[in-house]
Design a protein around this ligand. Structure first.
Ligand SMILES: [Zn+2]
Length: 195
């Protein structure tokens, strides 16, 4: 996929559109974000193409995965938003905490959805966790982990840096945007439970 992106000449909007409509994901997006200065324009076009594909108006700052984006809201906050429009909170907090989670435990349940017999040494000790958008029920992520393992925060994107590198620094850039705030939400929940 990387080579395919590199080979596209000058990154015309049509080419970018084709890539976006294919299987471009965060890995590819990261590659596009590492572009040389002459490709700055491609980054802007990439975001424009993504924006045209969604039905809502909040400005897309970054694509996280097939369904998820980081957008800027009118109040200046940056949140994770599903293509269906459902919002999953401050992007600095692991968005999985705002999904509907289904946990499959044990080989029997897991094997209903996956063929893991060969790769999992002790299936009795693992869970397959599925994260669903509460708005459209698209499955947003799956992780197979030991039972009780903390929810994995796959990535906190450095959005300011990506835009700055593309020659389009964001007006509201600040070091505060690049901080994992997941534990703040969890401690809020903990307080609620105690009350
Ligand atoms: Zn959704």
């Amino acid at each position: 996929m990387a080579n395919e992106i590199e080979d596209k000449s000058a990154g015309s909007k049509e080419n970018i559109k084709a890539l976006v409509e294919g299987t471009i994901d965060w890995e590819d997006a990261k590659k596009m974000m590492r572009m040389s200065p002459k490709d700055e324009d491609r980054f802007v076009k990439y975001l424009e193409v993504l924006q045209e594909r969604v039905s809502w108006k909040e400005k897309i700052l970054c694509r996280m995965s097939e369904h998820l984006y980081v957008v800027r809201k009118d109040d200046g906050s940056r949140v994770v938003k599903c293509d269906c429009g459902h919002e999953l909170g401050d992007y600095r907090v692991n968005w999985k905490l705002s999904t509907k989670i289904r946990v499959r435990r044990g080989l029997e349940e897991i094997s209903q959805a996956y063929s893991l017999k060969e790769v999992v040494p002790n299936p009795d000790l693992i869970d397959a966790r599925e994260y669903y958008c509460p708005g459209c029920y698209a499955r947003l992520a799956v992780e197979v982990v030991p039972t009780g393992y903390p929810i994995i925060f796959e990535m906190l994107p450095d959005i300011d840096q990506a835009h700055a590198k593309a020659g389009k620094p964001l007006a509201d850039q600040s070091p505060d945007w690049f901080q994992d705030k997941t534990n703040e939400l969890i401690s809020q929940w903990t307080k609620k439970v105690k009350v």
